[in-house]
Design a protein around this ligand. Structure first.
Ligand SMILES: [Zn+2]
Length: 242
């Protein structure tokens, strides 16, 4: 591996991530407020239907929150060096997902004024919602500065092999691909085409990968064989086939 490049989220990425995190917190705050309302007003035999509707709305809010939160972490990931911060930043969505329902679940199940049937239905739905919110909030493959740095260096090597030892690439804000050829059909004619190194693309967009069309074209035009290019994702099985 040539010069080691370190991932650093661009100021725009950090600002975008901050905004997404604020929206996520807002969604969870509304969910908690809604939960308080449901606890105070909706745990009764007469309002079971409204309680179920409220749980569905709370679930939508909790899922929106963790989706935004994960998106923010992919733009501006934590470092693996600080284990505690790394855990909480990546799994915060799961914690908030459970908190969006746990008090409600407890208060439904311990309520003495509602019928057993109401308790069974409302309790079961609230528990399922809590599990769905909790599990969806878990980040099973959390991004990190270290993972991004490794990817950047591996991908830079690949692009250099394809492109005369040059890792200059092109990309647009939308999507997660970058391109070797500025006139590639996937970005041709776009208003704003950014240009820089593979690392610049990652810093600006988070997870990025080489456009398959550009990869195929570079290999064809420069007569590069599959075996010369170790794409990180294709490793292993491809080697066995040879
Ligand atoms: Zn392309």
């Amino acid at each position: 591996m040539s010069t080691e490049k370190q991932f650093v989220a661009s100021p725009e990425s950090k600002a975008k991530a901050k905004q997404l995190r604020l929206f996520a917190l807002l969604a969870w705050m509304v969910a908690i407020a809604g939960q308080v309302f449901a606890i105070l007003k909706l745990i009764s035999d007469e309002t079971l239907t409204y309680l179920i509707i409220a749980i569905v709305v709370l679930l939508a809010l909790a899922l929106t929150g963790s989706w935004l939160w994960k998106k923010a972490n992919r733009l501006d990931p934590a470092s693996e060096k600080d284990k505690v911060k790394f855990f909480f930043q990546n799994q915060f969505g799961a914690i908030m997902g459970v908190l969006s329902f746990l008090p409600l679940v407890i208060l439904i199940l311990t309520n003495k004024d509602i019928e057993g049937k109401t308790k069974g239905i409302a309790g079961a739905i609230a528990v399922i919602a809590m599990l769905v919110a909790g599990i969806s909030g878990v980040d099973f493959d959390p991004p990190s500065i270290e993972k991004y740095t490794k990817e950047i260096n591996e991908q830079t090597d690949v692009v250099r092999k394809l492109n005369f030892d040059n890792d200059n690439v092109f990309w647009t804000r939308a999507g997660n691909r970058y391109h070797i050829f500025e006139e590639c059909q996937h970005i041709r004619g776009r208003d704003e085409i950014n240009n820089g190194s593979v690392k610049d693309s990652w810093d600006e967009k988070g997870i990025s990968e080489l456009c398959k069309t550009c990869q195929a074209r570079a290999m064809r035009e420069r007569n590069i064989q599959d075996a010369d290019i170790e794409m990180p994702i294709l490793e292993g099985e491809d080697v066995l086939e040879d």
